[in-house]
Design a protein around this ligand. Sequence first.
Ligand code: ASP
Ligand code: MG
Length: 404
Amino acid sequence: MGIIVQKYGGTSVADALRVRNVAERILYTQNKGHQMVIVVSAPAGKTDELLALAKGVAKNPCAREVDMLLATGEQISIALLAMAIDDLGGKAISLTAAQVGIKTDGAFQKAKITEISSKRIKEELAKGQVVIVAGFQGVDEKNNITTLGRGGSDTSAVALAAALQADVCEIYTDVDGVYTADPRLVPNAKKHDEISYDEMLEMASLGAKVLHLRAVELAKKYNVPIRVRSSFNENPGTVVKGGENLEQGRIVVGVAHNNKISKVTIARVADKPGVAALIFTKLAAAEVNVDMIVQSASKEGLADISFTVSKDDALKAEEVATSMMGELSAGLVERDDNKAKISIVGTGMLTNPGVAAKMFESLAENGINIEMISTSDISISTVISCELVEKAVQTLHAVFGLDK
Ligand code: ASP
Ligand code: MG
C-alpha cells in the first residue's frame, strides 16, 4: 500500500499524553499496511515563547538567528514523538529538514520550498520506520536554517506528500475540518464535507486559519488531496480537492475574517505617473506584502494613497512610507492598526449577479462602515473597523444562508 503523510499541529502534541495519543494513531494506521511519513509542529505555544525570548534580548532580532531559534520548537516534537512510538513497540526515526534535504530559498521567516529529496525518507520507510519530519523548517543553499512562515508545517506536509507521491495528506488539527466561518465567532457555523482547492485557497488567503495558504497552493499544483481532521476524534473531517461547486447550489461557501490588518495612508501626493510605482517598489524592496490599495480621486492635482498590510509589517510599511515623504512631497503618513478584513468566498459568484450588493446592503443595515473594497473572481472583501468583526461575520453568515 502507498504512503500516507500525516501532519499534527501544535495542540495535538501539546503534552505527553497527547504525544502518546498521536503515536497510537500513527501505529494504528501503519498496521493497516501503510508507509507513514509524519510532519509535526512545535508544541502549542512554543513558537510564540521562542519569539518572545528573541524579543527579550534584541529590539530587532537578526532574521537568520530567529529561524535558528524557531526551528528548535519542531525539533522537540519530532524527538518526543519518535520516543513515544518506540515505547509503544513501533519503529520510528525523527529527521530535521536538513537531514531530509528540504531545500528553500533564503528568505528567513518566509522561505519557500524549492526542492525535496525523497532518498533518505524512502530508505527509512523501506526499513519499516515511521519517518517523523520537523515541519516549518528548511535549509537554504548555504545550509542556513530557514522557516516557512507561521503555520508553515502544513506546507511542509503537502510538499512532502507531493514529493513522495503520497496517496493522501492528512492534516490533523484541533478543529473538525473546514467550516463556513470561524466557529468561535459563529456558533452555528457548518462543517464542509468537501471544498475545492480554489475556494480553500481564497478562504486561507483571506484569513481562515485552518490551513496555511501555501499548503493549499502546493496541493492544487500537484493535485494532492488534503483531508483536514481532528486528532481528538474519529470524524472524517473535510476533504480539499479539485473541481468546482462540490456542494451544489451554494453561491457563498464561507465567510473569512482577518483582524490583523493595518491601514497606511500617504496623504496628498502628486497625482502623476510614477508615484504609485515608486511607493510600491520601495515597499516590495523592504519585503512588505501589500494587500489592498485604494487611491482617492484627485483634488487640485493631489491624491491620497491608502493600502493595507498585515499588522506584523505595519511598522516597516510606515517607516518606508515616511522615508519617502520628501521625495513624494507627501502631506502626511498615517497608520491605523485597528482594521479587519471580512470576506465572502464562493465559486457560485462567477455566475450569480448581485452578491456584492447583498453583502454591502446587509453590512450597511447593521451600521457597519466599509472603508475599502476588493474583489476577485470568487470573493469579495471589505475593510472595516476591528470592533465590528464579530457582528459582520455573523451577519454575512446568516444573510448568505450558511447556517442552513
Ligand atoms: N510552529 C510553527 C508556528 O507556530 C509552525 C506551525 O505550527 O505550523 O507557526
Ligand atoms: Mg496550523
